[in-house]
Ligand binder design. Structure first.
Ligand SMILES: C[S@@+](CC[C@H](N)C(=O)[O-])C[C@H]1O[C@@H](n2cnc3c(N)ncnc32)[C@H](O)[C@@H]1O
Length: 273
């Protein structure tokens, strides 16, 4: 079977063409972006071992395993991150949070990423702003192993802390960012996300338990004039804005994701309270 036939077979099984190309490139041990190579070699016949590896990946994808777990990597804000089932797969929408943080134009800032997972947000910020001092927290020791391996691979220095949100943190910050779990228990989207850690996804009956906790505690860890920026669910912007305002944040506002949905909300802790 040649490359074109292998891709066509995956399509008949129900796999999208782009996904089939990515999995085939992975099975062939090639750069995952090198689709042009597949087109130029569509009559090449991969070895039986490679075709079997490809077919196994196709089956796993058809059972809903994220492509990033199958290939072991995910691009995020221009960085290539190693990912596996110990961490949430970083989403393109989360780049909205990174871009917002970078647009604040802070210099020499102390910055905290709460619930760092693969390290995606903290690493993207440190890469773009080497002068920032980044701390990254996660409750999951497994996630921190993934994040610190990514930091090492990218030669970026972060202060990793294992703990329950702010517990165990000392000092205060000029910026706190977080993409916490924000899906409600029993949400109909959860079955499609079953490969990813539940601890990264679910947060109480309305999905807002962790966001409420972070907003309530953040003022104890923010310098005057510092910002708190949060990612949240597609329908949570109004609730998150209300929580920020009730807690005393100013300049409360939201940013839209790639689909134009209000995906991040944040505010500034007042200069003088
Ligand atoms: C939605 S994931 C975000 C991962 C990563 N920041 C990203 O954007 O791809 C949420 C993360 O919060 C972590 N987490 C959940 N509960 C936590 C808690 N109580 N304290 C600290 N981290 C927590 C999870 O382990 C997970 O890595």
């Amino acid at each position: 079977m040649n490359i074109a036939q292998a891709l066509a077979h995956a399509k008949t099984l129900g796999l999208e063409h782009l996904q089939a190309q990515t999995l085939l490139l992975h099975a062939l041990g090639r750069d995952l972006h090198d689709r042009a190579w597949l087109l130029l070699h569509d009559t090449d016949e991969p070895s039986l071992v490679m075709l079997q590896a490809f077919n196994a990946l196709v089956q796993r994808r058809l059972h809903n395993e994220p492509i990033a777990y199958l290939t072991g990597s995910q691009d995020f804000h221009g960085l290539n991150l190693a990912v596996d089932p110990r961490v949430l797969v970083p989403r393109p929408d989360t780049e909205t949070l990174v871009d917002w943080a970078l647009s604040l134009d802070l210099e020499q800032a102390t910055v905290l990423d709460l619930g760092t997972g693969s390290g995606a947000i903290a690493l993207a910020l440190k890469h773009a702003r080497p002068s920032w001092a980044l701390s990254a927290v996660d409750a999951s020791a497994d996630a921190l192993l993934v994040a610190s391996a990514n930091a090492q691979a990218l030669s970026l220095t972060l202060n990793f802390v294992q703990g329950n949100w702010f517990a165990g943190l000392h000092g205060s910050f000029d910026l706190i960012v977080s993409n916490p779990p924000y899906i409600a228990e029993g949400d109909p989207h959860l079955p499609a996300l079953q490969s990813e850690p539940r601890q990264a996804l679910v947060s109480g009956v309305d999905g807002l338990d962790d966001i409420r906790h972070i907003i309530e505690q953040a003022p104890h860890h923010l310098n005057a004039g510092a910002w708190l920026l949060l990612e949240h669910g597609f329908d949570q912007a109004a609730s998150v804005q209300d929580l920020l305002i009730q807690t005393g944040f100013t300049q409360v506002q939201s940013r839209v994701d790639l689909a134009g949905i209000k995906r991040c909300s944040g505010g500034q802790w007042p200069e003088v309270k």
